[in-house]
Design a protein around this ligand. Structure first.
Ligand code: PHE
Length: 451
Protein backbone atom coordinates (compact mmCIF):
# COMPACT_ATOMS: atom_id res chain seq x y z
CA UNK A 1 0.00 0.00 0.00
CA UNK A 2 1.30 3.43 -0.97
CA UNK A 3 1.83 5.74 1.99
CA UNK A 4 -0.78 8.49 2.16
CA UNK A 5 0.35 11.99 1.26
CA UNK A 6 -0.30 14.90 3.63
CA UNK A 7 -0.50 18.67 3.31
CA UNK A 8 2.81 20.44 3.75
CA UNK A 9 1.42 23.34 5.80
CA UNK A 10 -1.78 24.83 7.15
CA UNK A 11 -1.52 27.77 4.79
CA UNK A 12 -1.08 25.34 1.91
CA UNK A 13 -4.27 23.53 2.84
CA UNK A 14 -6.19 26.80 3.24
CA UNK A 15 -5.05 27.99 -0.17
CA UNK A 16 -5.94 24.66 -1.77
CA UNK A 17 -9.38 24.55 -0.14
CA UNK A 18 -10.08 28.22 -0.88
CA UNK A 19 -8.81 27.61 -4.41
CA UNK A 20 -11.26 24.76 -4.78
CA UNK A 21 -14.10 26.89 -3.45
CA UNK A 22 -13.38 29.96 -5.56
CA UNK A 23 -14.00 28.96 -9.13
CA UNK A 24 -16.32 29.36 -12.05
CA UNK A 25 -19.24 29.18 -9.65
CA UNK A 26 -18.01 32.26 -7.87
CA UNK A 27 -16.81 34.12 -10.92
CA UNK A 28 -19.31 33.18 -13.54
CA UNK A 29 -22.43 31.75 -11.95
CA UNK A 30 -22.81 33.82 -8.77
CA UNK A 31 -22.83 37.24 -10.50
CA UNK A 32 -25.49 36.25 -12.98
CA UNK A 33 -27.55 34.40 -10.36
CA UNK A 34 -27.33 37.52 -8.23
CA UNK A 35 -28.38 39.59 -11.20
CA UNK A 36 -31.46 37.43 -11.62
CA UNK A 37 -32.31 37.06 -7.93
CA UNK A 38 -32.35 40.41 -6.20
CA UNK A 39 -28.70 41.51 -5.83
CA UNK A 40 -27.71 42.32 -2.25
CA UNK A 41 -30.46 40.22 -0.71
CA UNK A 42 -29.14 37.18 -2.55
CA UNK A 43 -25.58 37.80 -1.35
CA UNK A 44 -26.79 38.17 2.21
CA UNK A 45 -28.66 34.89 2.04
CA UNK A 46 -25.61 33.33 0.46
CA UNK A 47 -23.54 34.38 3.50
CA UNK A 48 -26.23 33.22 5.90
CA UNK A 49 -26.38 29.76 4.32
CA UNK A 50 -22.59 29.53 3.96
CA UNK A 51 -22.26 29.88 7.72
CA UNK A 52 -25.39 28.10 8.90
CA UNK A 53 -25.36 25.13 6.52
CA UNK A 54 -22.07 25.31 4.61
CA UNK A 55 -19.77 25.56 7.63
CA UNK A 56 -21.09 22.50 9.52
CA UNK A 57 -21.06 20.41 6.37
CA UNK A 58 -17.59 21.62 5.42
CA UNK A 59 -16.36 20.58 8.88
CA UNK A 60 -18.27 17.28 8.56
CA UNK A 61 -16.71 16.37 5.21
CA UNK A 62 -13.20 17.29 6.37
CA UNK A 63 -13.38 15.35 9.62
CA UNK A 64 -14.86 12.30 7.92
CA UNK A 65 -11.89 12.33 5.55
CA UNK A 66 -9.33 12.93 8.27
CA UNK A 67 -10.69 10.21 10.54
CA UNK A 68 -10.83 7.74 7.66
CA UNK A 69 -7.56 8.72 5.92
CA UNK A 70 -9.23 7.38 2.80
CA UNK A 71 -10.94 8.70 -0.34
CA UNK A 72 -14.71 8.97 -0.80
CA UNK A 73 -15.47 5.28 -1.35
CA UNK A 74 -13.06 3.55 1.02
CA UNK A 75 -13.95 5.91 3.85
CA UNK A 76 -17.50 4.52 3.91
CA UNK A 77 -16.15 0.95 3.68
CA UNK A 78 -14.03 1.69 6.73
CA UNK A 79 -16.77 3.12 8.95
CA UNK A 80 -19.71 1.14 7.58
CA UNK A 81 -18.27 -2.13 6.23
CA UNK A 82 -20.51 -4.41 4.18
CA UNK A 83 -23.19 -1.78 3.82
CA UNK A 84 -24.49 0.27 0.93
CA UNK A 85 -23.17 3.56 2.29
CA UNK A 86 -20.30 3.49 -0.15
CA UNK A 87 -22.82 4.27 -2.91
CA UNK A 88 -22.49 7.86 -1.70
CA UNK A 89 -18.78 7.70 -2.38
CA UNK A 90 -19.37 6.33 -5.87
CA UNK A 91 -21.99 8.99 -6.52
CA UNK A 92 -19.39 11.59 -5.56
CA UNK A 93 -16.97 10.10 -8.10
CA UNK A 94 -19.65 9.99 -10.76
CA UNK A 95 -20.74 13.57 -10.15
CA UNK A 96 -17.16 14.85 -10.07
CA UNK A 97 -16.81 13.50 -13.59
CA UNK A 98 -20.10 14.98 -14.71
CA UNK A 99 -19.21 18.36 -13.38
CA UNK A 100 -15.68 18.19 -14.74
CA UNK A 101 -17.22 17.55 -18.15
CA UNK A 102 -18.76 21.02 -18.33
CA UNK A 103 -16.29 22.72 -16.04
CA UNK A 104 -13.30 22.02 -18.29
CA UNK A 105 -15.20 23.26 -21.33
CA UNK A 106 -16.09 26.61 -19.77
CA UNK A 107 -12.66 26.99 -18.22
CA UNK A 108 -11.17 26.34 -21.66
CA UNK A 109 -13.10 29.39 -22.91
CA UNK A 110 -10.72 31.43 -20.74
CA UNK A 111 -7.79 30.48 -23.02
CA UNK A 112 -9.85 31.38 -26.06
CA UNK A 113 -10.60 34.84 -24.68
CA UNK A 114 -6.98 35.52 -23.74
CA UNK A 115 -5.99 34.68 -27.30
CA UNK A 116 -8.78 36.84 -28.73
CA UNK A 117 -7.54 39.75 -26.63
CA UNK A 118 -3.92 39.23 -27.62
CA UNK A 119 -4.66 39.21 -31.33
CA UNK A 120 -6.86 42.30 -30.97
CA UNK A 121 -10.11 40.76 -32.23
CA UNK A 122 -12.31 42.98 -30.09
CA UNK A 123 -10.79 46.28 -31.18
CA UNK A 124 -13.42 48.64 -32.51
CA UNK A 125 -16.26 46.13 -32.18
CA UNK A 126 -19.77 47.04 -31.07
CA UNK A 127 -21.26 45.17 -28.11
CA UNK A 128 -23.41 43.13 -30.53
CA UNK A 129 -20.32 42.08 -32.45
CA UNK A 130 -18.51 41.04 -29.26
CA UNK A 131 -21.63 39.10 -28.28
CA UNK A 132 -21.76 37.36 -31.63
CA UNK A 133 -18.10 36.29 -31.29
CA UNK A 134 -19.22 34.42 -28.19
CA UNK A 135 -22.21 32.86 -29.95
CA UNK A 136 -20.10 31.71 -32.89
CA UNK A 137 -17.38 30.38 -30.61
CA UNK A 138 -19.87 28.50 -28.45
CA UNK A 139 -21.17 26.70 -31.49
CA UNK A 140 -17.69 25.79 -32.73
CA UNK A 141 -17.30 22.26 -31.42
CA UNK A 142 -13.72 21.83 -32.64
CA UNK A 143 -12.49 24.96 -30.86
CA UNK A 144 -14.24 23.95 -27.67
CA UNK A 145 -12.52 20.56 -27.81
CA UNK A 146 -9.16 22.19 -28.44
CA UNK A 147 -9.32 24.46 -25.38
CA UNK A 148 -10.83 21.74 -23.24
CA UNK A 149 -7.88 19.49 -24.12
CA UNK A 150 -5.36 22.18 -23.24
CA UNK A 151 -7.11 22.81 -19.94
CA UNK A 152 -7.05 19.06 -19.19
CA UNK A 153 -3.32 18.95 -19.93
CA UNK A 154 -2.75 21.76 -17.43
CA UNK A 155 -4.65 19.74 -14.82
CA UNK A 156 -2.59 16.63 -15.54
CA UNK A 157 0.66 18.58 -15.18
CA UNK A 158 -0.31 19.78 -11.70
CA UNK A 159 -1.88 16.56 -10.44
CA UNK A 160 1.00 14.33 -11.48
CA UNK A 161 3.38 16.30 -9.28
CA UNK A 162 1.51 15.08 -6.21
CA UNK A 163 -0.27 16.69 -3.32
CA UNK A 164 2.20 19.08 -1.74
CA UNK A 165 4.44 19.68 -4.76
CA UNK A 166 1.51 19.86 -7.17
CA UNK A 167 -1.91 20.85 -5.85
CA UNK A 168 -0.67 22.67 -2.76
CA UNK A 169 2.16 24.55 -4.41
CA UNK A 170 0.14 25.62 -7.43
CA UNK A 171 -2.89 26.53 -5.33
CA UNK A 172 -0.70 28.79 -3.21
CA UNK A 173 0.57 30.58 -6.30
CA UNK A 174 -2.72 30.72 -8.15
CA UNK A 175 -4.97 31.59 -5.22
CA UNK A 176 -2.67 34.43 -4.16
CA UNK A 177 -2.42 35.55 -7.82
CA UNK A 178 -6.18 35.54 -7.96
CA UNK A 179 -6.46 37.71 -4.83
CA UNK A 180 -3.99 40.22 -6.27
CA UNK A 181 -5.61 40.34 -9.72
CA UNK A 182 -8.99 40.78 -8.10
CA UNK A 183 -7.87 43.61 -5.86
CA UNK A 184 -6.31 45.42 -8.85
CA UNK A 185 -9.53 45.02 -10.83
CA UNK A 186 -11.81 46.09 -7.96
CA UNK A 187 -9.59 49.13 -7.32
CA UNK A 188 -9.95 49.96 -10.98
CA UNK A 189 -13.72 49.48 -10.83
CA UNK A 190 -14.02 51.99 -7.96
CA UNK A 191 -12.83 54.72 -10.33
CA UNK A 192 -15.73 54.13 -12.75
CA UNK A 193 -18.99 56.10 -12.85
CA UNK A 194 -21.09 52.98 -12.35
CA UNK A 195 -19.38 52.03 -9.08
CA UNK A 196 -21.78 53.72 -6.67
CA UNK A 197 -24.91 52.27 -8.26
CA UNK A 198 -23.22 48.86 -8.48
CA UNK A 199 -22.11 49.02 -4.84
CA UNK A 200 -25.65 49.88 -3.86
CA UNK A 201 -26.96 47.00 -5.93
CA UNK A 202 -24.50 44.50 -4.42
CA UNK A 203 -24.54 45.69 -0.82
CA UNK A 204 -28.07 46.99 -0.36
CA UNK A 205 -30.52 44.11 0.15
CA UNK A 206 -33.91 44.43 -1.45
CA UNK A 207 -35.83 41.51 0.00
CA UNK A 208 -38.96 42.19 -2.02
CA UNK A 209 -37.25 40.65 -5.06
CA UNK A 210 -36.78 37.28 -3.36
CA UNK A 211 -38.85 34.21 -4.16
CA UNK A 212 -38.67 30.75 -2.62
CA UNK A 213 -36.67 29.71 -5.65
CA UNK A 214 -34.09 32.38 -5.09
CA UNK A 215 -33.82 31.61 -1.37
CA UNK A 216 -33.12 27.97 -2.11
CA UNK A 217 -30.84 28.87 -5.02
CA UNK A 218 -28.76 30.89 -2.55
CA UNK A 219 -28.45 27.74 -0.44
CA UNK A 220 -27.52 25.55 -3.42
CA UNK A 221 -25.05 28.20 -4.55
CA UNK A 222 -23.44 28.28 -1.10
CA UNK A 223 -22.95 24.50 -1.16
CA UNK A 224 -21.70 24.55 -4.74
CA UNK A 225 -19.18 27.32 -4.34
CA UNK A 226 -17.89 25.73 -1.15
CA UNK A 227 -17.28 22.57 -3.23
CA UNK A 228 -19.55 20.57 -0.94
CA UNK A 229 -21.53 17.54 -2.06
CA UNK A 230 -18.81 16.17 -4.36
CA UNK A 231 -16.64 14.52 -1.75
CA UNK A 232 -13.90 17.06 -2.35
CA UNK A 233 -13.50 18.07 1.26
CA UNK A 234 -13.66 14.41 2.30
CA UNK A 235 -10.70 13.83 -0.01
CA UNK A 236 -8.82 16.95 1.08
CA UNK A 237 -9.56 16.05 4.71
CA UNK A 238 -8.02 12.62 4.18
CA UNK A 239 -4.70 14.39 3.67
CA UNK A 240 -4.94 16.20 7.02
CA UNK A 241 -3.31 15.11 10.24
CA UNK A 242 -4.56 15.19 13.83
CA UNK A 243 -2.70 18.43 14.40
CA UNK A 244 -4.88 20.40 12.00
CA UNK A 245 -7.61 22.60 13.44
CA UNK A 246 -10.60 21.63 11.30
CA UNK A 247 -13.25 24.07 12.64
CA UNK A 248 -10.93 27.05 12.48
CA UNK A 249 -9.52 26.34 9.03
CA UNK A 250 -13.05 25.70 7.75
CA UNK A 251 -14.16 29.06 9.08
CA UNK A 252 -11.22 30.81 7.42
CA UNK A 253 -11.96 29.18 4.07
CA UNK A 254 -15.65 30.09 4.28
CA UNK A 255 -14.87 33.69 5.07
CA UNK A 256 -12.26 33.92 2.28
CA UNK A 257 -14.82 32.49 -0.13
CA UNK A 258 -17.39 35.01 1.03
CA UNK A 259 -15.06 38.00 0.70
CA UNK A 260 -14.17 36.96 -2.83
CA UNK A 261 -17.84 36.39 -3.61
CA UNK A 262 -18.58 40.00 -2.69
CA UNK A 263 -15.51 41.42 -4.42
CA UNK A 264 -16.28 39.75 -7.73
CA UNK A 265 -19.68 41.41 -8.26
CA UNK A 266 -18.11 44.63 -6.97
CA UNK A 267 -15.74 44.37 -9.89
CA UNK A 268 -18.14 43.08 -12.56
CA UNK A 269 -21.23 45.23 -12.00
CA UNK A 270 -19.51 48.67 -11.98
CA UNK A 271 -17.99 47.74 -15.34
CA UNK A 272 -21.32 46.55 -16.69
CA UNK A 273 -23.36 49.45 -15.25
CA UNK A 274 -20.93 52.11 -16.50
CA UNK A 275 -21.57 50.98 -20.07
CA UNK A 276 -25.31 50.69 -19.74
CA UNK A 277 -25.71 46.95 -19.16
CA UNK A 278 -28.19 45.76 -16.52
CA UNK A 279 -27.59 43.16 -13.84
CA UNK A 280 -29.77 40.51 -15.43
CA UNK A 281 -27.62 39.71 -18.46
CA UNK A 282 -27.58 36.00 -17.68
CA UNK A 283 -24.99 33.39 -18.54
CA UNK A 284 -23.23 35.50 -21.19
CA UNK A 285 -22.45 38.20 -18.60
CA UNK A 286 -18.74 37.69 -18.38
CA UNK A 287 -18.03 36.40 -21.88
CA UNK A 288 -20.21 38.78 -23.89
CA UNK A 289 -20.04 41.95 -21.88
CA UNK A 290 -16.68 42.05 -20.15
CA UNK A 291 -14.52 41.97 -23.33
CA UNK A 292 -16.61 44.81 -24.81
CA UNK A 293 -16.46 46.86 -21.63
CA UNK A 294 -12.69 46.40 -21.24
CA UNK A 295 -12.23 47.50 -24.84
CA UNK A 296 -13.75 50.90 -24.00
CA UNK A 297 -11.23 51.49 -21.21
CA UNK A 298 -7.59 52.49 -21.20
CA UNK A 299 -5.30 49.47 -20.80
CA UNK A 300 -7.88 47.16 -22.36
CA UNK A 301 -5.40 44.47 -23.31
CA UNK A 302 -4.04 44.17 -19.77
CA UNK A 303 -7.51 44.27 -18.25
CA UNK A 304 -8.91 41.57 -20.50
CA UNK A 305 -5.91 39.29 -20.10
CA UNK A 306 -5.85 39.82 -16.34
CA UNK A 307 -9.55 39.08 -16.05
CA UNK A 308 -9.49 35.85 -18.05
CA UNK A 309 -6.22 34.75 -16.41
CA UNK A 310 -8.01 35.20 -13.11
CA UNK A 311 -10.83 33.04 -14.40
CA UNK A 312 -8.40 30.35 -15.50
CA UNK A 313 -6.52 30.31 -12.18
CA UNK A 314 -9.79 30.09 -10.29
CA UNK A 315 -11.05 27.28 -12.51
CA UNK A 316 -7.81 25.31 -12.36
CA UNK A 317 -7.58 25.23 -8.56
CA UNK A 318 -11.19 23.98 -8.53
CA UNK A 319 -10.82 21.39 -11.27
CA UNK A 320 -7.72 19.81 -9.72
CA UNK A 321 -9.74 19.34 -6.53
CA UNK A 322 -12.47 17.53 -8.47
CA UNK A 323 -9.92 15.30 -10.17
CA UNK A 324 -8.35 14.52 -6.83
CA UNK A 325 -11.60 12.79 -5.75
CA UNK A 326 -11.15 10.18 -8.47
CA UNK A 327 -7.38 10.05 -8.26
CA UNK A 328 -7.53 9.31 -4.51
CA UNK A 329 -10.10 6.57 -5.10
CA UNK A 330 -8.01 4.90 -7.80
CA UNK A 331 -4.99 4.98 -5.51
CA UNK A 332 -6.94 3.67 -2.48
CA UNK A 333 -9.00 1.02 -4.20
CA UNK A 334 -6.70 -0.18 -6.93
CA UNK A 335 -3.29 0.60 -5.49
CA UNK A 336 -2.34 2.47 -8.66
CA UNK A 337 0.53 4.94 -8.78
CA UNK A 338 -0.50 8.61 -8.78
CA UNK A 339 0.68 8.98 -12.36
CA UNK A 340 -1.49 6.17 -13.62
CA UNK A 341 -4.48 7.35 -11.57
CA UNK A 342 -4.13 10.88 -12.96
CA UNK A 343 -3.74 9.84 -16.57
CA UNK A 344 -6.69 7.44 -16.48
CA UNK A 345 -8.88 10.13 -14.84
CA UNK A 346 -7.89 12.73 -17.42
CA UNK A 347 -8.58 10.38 -20.33
CA UNK A 348 -12.00 9.40 -18.93
CA UNK A 349 -12.82 13.05 -18.45
CA UNK A 350 -11.76 13.89 -21.97
CA UNK A 351 -14.14 11.34 -23.46
CA UNK A 352 -16.99 12.24 -21.13
CA UNK A 353 -16.41 15.91 -21.81
CA UNK A 354 -16.44 15.50 -25.61
CA UNK A 355 -20.24 15.46 -26.02
CA UNK A 356 -20.42 18.46 -23.72
CA UNK A 357 -17.83 20.39 -25.70
CA UNK A 358 -19.71 19.53 -28.87
CA UNK A 359 -23.19 20.05 -27.45
CA UNK A 360 -23.64 23.64 -28.56
CA UNK A 361 -22.60 22.85 -32.12
CA UNK A 362 -24.84 20.88 -34.41
CA UNK A 363 -22.42 17.97 -34.62
CA UNK A 364 -24.26 15.78 -32.13
CA UNK A 365 -27.52 15.58 -30.20
CA UNK A 366 -29.43 17.83 -32.57
CA UNK A 367 -32.76 16.97 -31.05
CA UNK A 368 -31.67 16.97 -27.43
CA UNK A 369 -33.20 20.33 -26.63
CA UNK A 370 -36.50 19.45 -28.29
CA UNK A 371 -36.71 16.33 -26.16
CA UNK A 372 -35.27 17.42 -22.82
CA UNK A 373 -36.19 21.09 -22.84
CA UNK A 374 -32.63 22.32 -22.50
CA UNK A 375 -29.44 21.49 -24.34
CA UNK A 376 -27.12 18.65 -23.34
CA UNK A 377 -24.77 21.01 -21.54
CA UNK A 378 -27.50 22.41 -19.31
CA UNK A 379 -29.04 18.99 -18.76
CA UNK A 380 -25.75 17.74 -17.30
CA UNK A 381 -25.51 20.88 -15.22
CA UNK A 382 -28.97 20.22 -13.76
CA UNK A 383 -28.07 16.60 -13.11
CA UNK A 384 -25.05 17.67 -11.04
CA UNK A 385 -27.34 19.88 -8.93
CA UNK A 386 -29.30 16.74 -8.02
CA UNK A 387 -26.26 14.62 -7.23
CA UNK A 388 -24.79 17.46 -5.16
CA UNK A 389 -27.90 17.65 -2.99
CA UNK A 390 -28.09 13.89 -2.53
CA UNK A 391 -24.42 13.44 -1.66
CA UNK A 392 -24.54 16.41 0.72
CA UNK A 393 -27.68 15.05 2.40
CA UNK A 394 -26.33 11.54 2.92
CA UNK A 395 -22.89 12.73 4.01
CA UNK A 396 -24.49 14.88 6.70
CA UNK A 397 -26.67 11.98 7.84
CA UNK A 398 -23.68 9.64 7.85
CA UNK A 399 -21.47 11.99 9.83
CA UNK A 400 -24.33 12.83 12.18
CA UNK A 401 -25.77 9.40 12.85
CA UNK A 402 -23.48 6.65 11.61
CA UNK A 403 -19.91 7.78 12.16
CA UNK A 404 -18.94 6.60 15.67
CA UNK A 405 -19.30 9.47 18.11
CA UNK A 406 -15.73 9.09 19.28
CA UNK A 407 -14.56 9.74 15.73
CA UNK A 408 -16.73 12.77 15.21
CA UNK A 409 -15.63 14.20 18.56
CA UNK A 410 -11.99 13.50 17.86
CA UNK A 411 -12.32 14.85 14.33
CA UNK A 412 -13.82 18.09 15.57
CA UNK A 413 -11.73 18.63 18.67
CA UNK A 414 -8.25 17.29 17.89
CA UNK A 415 -5.88 20.14 17.18
CA UNK A 416 -8.73 22.59 17.64
CA UNK A 417 -9.17 25.67 19.79
CA UNK A 418 -12.90 25.57 19.11
CA UNK A 419 -13.88 22.31 20.82
CA UNK A 420 -16.49 24.11 22.89
CA UNK A 421 -18.65 24.39 19.79
CA UNK A 422 -18.77 20.63 19.30
CA UNK A 423 -22.37 20.20 20.49
CA UNK A 424 -23.59 23.11 18.40
CA UNK A 425 -21.90 21.66 15.34
CA UNK A 426 -23.35 18.23 16.09
CA UNK A 427 -26.84 19.61 16.32
CA UNK A 428 -26.35 21.36 12.98
CA UNK A 429 -24.97 18.38 11.12
CA UNK A 430 -27.66 16.03 12.49
CA UNK A 431 -30.71 18.26 12.00
CA UNK A 432 -30.15 21.67 10.45
CA UNK A 433 -28.09 20.62 7.44
CA UNK A 434 -30.26 17.65 6.38
CA UNK A 435 -33.49 19.65 6.82
CA UNK A 436 -32.21 22.52 4.71
CA UNK A 437 -31.06 20.18 1.95
CA UNK A 438 -34.37 18.34 2.00
CA UNK A 439 -36.07 21.71 1.41
CA UNK A 440 -33.84 22.25 -1.62
CA UNK A 441 -34.67 18.80 -2.94
CA UNK A 442 -38.42 19.36 -2.47
CA UNK A 443 -38.19 22.73 -4.15
CA UNK A 444 -36.31 21.27 -7.06
CA UNK A 445 -38.89 18.53 -7.36
CA UNK A 446 -41.60 21.20 -7.56
CA UNK A 447 -43.16 20.19 -4.23
CA UNK A 448 -42.43 23.36 -2.33
CA UNK A 449 -43.06 27.02 -2.95
CA UNK A 450 -43.15 29.20 0.12
CA UNK A 451 -42.68 32.77 -1.07
N1 PHE B 1 -16.55 25.65 -5.84
C1 PHE B 1 -16.30 25.71 -7.24
C2 PHE B 1 -16.75 27.02 -7.84
O1 PHE B 1 -17.27 27.87 -7.20
C3 PHE B 1 -17.02 24.67 -7.99
C4 PHE B 1 -16.77 23.34 -7.54
C5 PHE B 1 -17.83 22.56 -7.27
C6 PHE B 1 -15.49 22.90 -7.40
C7 PHE B 1 -17.64 21.33 -6.84
C8 PHE B 1 -15.30 21.66 -6.98
C9 PHE B 1 -16.39 20.87 -6.70
O2 PHE B 1 -16.60 27.18 -9.01
Amino acid sequence: MIEREHWGSRLGFIMAAAGSAIGLGTLWKLPYMMGQNGGGAFILLFLFFSVLIGLPLFIGELLLGREGQRGTVAVFDKFAPNSSWNIIGWTAVFSSFLILGWYCVIAGWGFNYILLALVGTFQGMTSEQVGSVFDIFRESGDLNVLWQTIFLAANAAILIKGLSKGIEKFSKIMTSGLFIALIVLVAYATTLDGFSSAAKYVLYPNFSLLTSNSVLSALSMALFTLSLGYGIMITYGSYMTDKDDIPKTSFIVIMANFIISVLIPLMIFPLAFTFGFGPGEGEGLIFKIMPYVFEQLPGSLILTVLFFALLLCAALTSSVSMFEVTVANFIDLKGWSRKKAVLVSIVICFFLGLPIALSNSNIIFNNWEKIFGSNFFNTINTLTDWTLSLVALFVSLFVGFRLPKKNSQKGFCNGSTMSKYYNLWRFSICFLVPSAIILVIFNRAGLLNFL
